[in-house]
Design a protein around this ligand. Structure first.
Ligand code: MG
Length: 289
């Protein structure tokens, strides 16, 4: 397949988005923001050897995962996906069926969540490197941010922690419906998605909000995973959020548990304790040697 044939196939998959005036096939994509909305933009790198190993999963599942990781950030802001852009530098082994199946996996999740492929670029390289840009939207001024947590707010997490430390799942569901629910009902004072482990991510949320946090066990750990591992392994892609103490947060959302795990305090910004003992902000960090 040459590049033109490739683009024709991708175009056929990408048709029909409501806010996409012009998609693949022109010099730029042309998008309209929904009336009264703000745009959310996130970028995510997906690199062979760093974020995935090609032998561990079929390309279709890896494509799903690449887009799911980026959509998790849109979920964290309470947004709805609009469009995504994929730039891929691919080695020879990936050109052809592997790459096409990888795009198929992205399109599968994209069509379920309302994200349409609106452009990108391809080139050759020694290591497969994929850069995904996702555009989302939410009503102006309403996006869930990390900097709104106040002392006394309750801390919640969705689902289980350490799921990936236990079993290598490839496909997962970004928590888009939960994020929108939290935003629409003004339940969360701060929110983020868990990509690098609760210990690190909660510390980040606290730093942005200029507060500290006191966690209390038991935490909702995946069965058979040690607490230290579950808190630092990362790739949970659950939502971590805070809510004012007076707000009633349901115990589940569409069957997904929402567990009260602690309280925001007025201590040193970014400091997190678990059962009154300091919890180091350790987790996935690409700059750590
Ligand atoms: Mg994130």
């Amino acid at each position: 397949m040459n590049e033109r044939a490739w683009i024709r196939r991708l175009r056929a998959r990408a048709a029909g988005a409501e806010y996409l005036t012009r998609g693949i096939g022109d010099d730029c994509a042309v998008l309209r923001a929904p009336p009264g909305a703000e745009l959310l933009v996130t970028t995510d790198l997906f690199v062979e050897g760093t974020h995935f190993l090609r032998r561990t999963a079929p390309p279709r599942a890896l494509g799903w995962r690449a887009l799911a990781r980026a959509l998790s950030d849109i979920a964290a802001m309470g947004g709805s996906p609009l469009a995504y852009f994929v730039s891929i530098a691919a080695p020879e082994w990936a050109c052809g069926h592997w790459l096409y199946d990888f795009y198929k996996g992205m399109a599968e999740l994209g069509s379920r969540t309302g994200a349409v492929l609106a452009g990108g670029d391809t080139t050759r390289a020694g290591t497969l490197t994929c850069d995904l840009i996702v555009l989302g939207h939410s009503p102006a001024g309403s996006a869930l941010r990390r900097d709104g947590a106040k002392p006394g707010d309750a801390i919640y997490v969705s689902g289980e922690l350490g799921v990936e430390a236990k079993r290598r799942r490839v496909r997962f569901e970004p928590r888009l419906a939960l994020g929108r629910y939290l935003r629409e009902n003004r339940l969360a004072s701060a929110c983020m998605d868990l990509s690098d482990g609760l210990a690190m991510d909660l510390s980040r949320l606290c730093e942005e909000s200029d507060v500290a946090a006191a966690l209390v066990s038991p935490l909702p750990l995946a069965k058979g995973v040690a607490s230290a591992k579950a808190l630092t392994h990362g790739e949970d892609y659950e939502l971590l959020f805070t809510a004012p103490a007076r707000r009633r947060v349901p115990a589940t959302f569409n069957g997904l548990p929402l567990t009260h795990i602690g309280v925001i305090t007025a201590g040193k910004a970014g400091r997190v304790t678990l059962d009154a003992k300091p919890l180091a902000a350790r987790g996935w960090d690409p700059f750590q040697s």
